[in-house]
Design a protein around this ligand. Structure first.
Ligand code: PEP
Ligand code: MG
Length: 293
């Protein structure tokens, strides 16, 4: 009965009164899942191309791999995240082995400080593949901490010819300065996995700390609310692409906080779509106000 109930809903994400909340996919390999009923890709993790290798993939190799994914989403958004190396995703050619605290080290966008060539080749490959397909290619950087970093990334992405440029918000400093960050870019996507880790000083790999890492924690929701409000003020999209977005119980709360999209792995989409359908947007804002308390 539950399967029938979920199958009864298709199409774009909407509340009961048709407030849109785009349902997007998190993908991470050459298997893009283009047949899933979702509106596009909210997080294309590109690490799969870089892991288990001694050298970075070439520009040509990247261009081919990105093009294969873009081809699956004609006319639809595909949000490519640039390399998120370090911490839980170490790379022999880009990650220092002697960092005492890798989660606080040269990771994510910071990798480009030591290896600007890696970022440039990746942005060039994304732009070249984008030019060959109708997918609406967006690009975003992981682990952005300051408006200056957002501005530097945006400049590099635009220099490569990319026009829809964003940042991930997964460091509390970035959430606190959301208006200034959003002034530099076209959209933001909140990575709740890392944002929880850094807000609660709780290692995301430790199951023992699950209570602190619970995405319903009011401190996390407060940061989500700040970013969503900053986006609404300037009319720029703010999505969520961490695990929180895959929780059907939380989806109406996140919609009520003002996020414009939820991005999740393919199996989570039907239940999140159904959960949004059961509530009006006023229900969602009411739930969000209570969750913040
Ligand atoms: C996140 O941190 O929430 C996120 C989506 O990125 P990743 O899980 O790849 O670090
Ligand atoms: Mg992250």
């Amino acid at each position: 009965a539950r399967a029938r109930e979920l199958a009864a809903h298709t199409g774009p994400g909407r509340t009961a009164d048709d407030h849109p909340v785009a349902l997007l996919l998190n993908i991470g390999s050459g298997d893009p899942g283009g047949s899933v009923d979702a509106e596009g890709v909210g997080l294309f993790r590109t690490e799969f191309l870089f892991l288990d290798r001694t050298q970075a993939p070439t520009y040509e190799e990247q261009r081919t791999a990105y093009g294969a994914v873009f081809a699956q989403y004609p006319g639809r958004p595909v949000t490519v995240r640039t390399l998120d190396a370090g911490a839980d995703k170490p790379l022999p050619f880009a990650t220092a082995a002697d960092e005492p605290n890798p989660a606080l080290g040269v990771r994510g966008y910071r990798t480009a400080r030591r290896h600007p060539d890696l970022l440039k080749a990746q942005l060039d490959a994304i732009a070249a593949a984008a030019a060959e397909h109708t997918a609406k290619v967006r690009v975003m950087a992981p682990m952005i901490a300051t408006p200056d970093e957002a501005a530097d990334f945006a400049a590099a992405a635009r220099a490569a010819g990319l026009t829809d440029v964003g940042v991930m918000i997964e460091i509390p400093a970035a959430a606190l300065r959301a208006p200034a960050l959003l002034a530099e870019v076209d959209f933001a996507s909140i990575g709740t996995n890392d944002l929880s880790q850094y807000t609660f000083a709780a290692d995301r790999m430790l199951g023992d700390l699950g209570d602190l890492l619970d995405p319903a924690q009011p401190a996390l929701l407060t940061l989500v609310h700040m970013v969503a409000r900053a986006g609404a003020t300037v009319g720029k999209p703010v999505g969520i692409c961490g695990e929180a977005a895959a929780d059907p119980g939380l989806a109406p709360v996140l919609a009520g906080l003002g996020v414009t999209s939820l991005s999740m792995s393919a199996p989570a989409v039907p239940a999140v779509r159904a959960a949004l359908r059961t509530r009006t947007f006023a229900d969602c804002t009411d739930l969000a106000a209570r969750a913040l308390k």
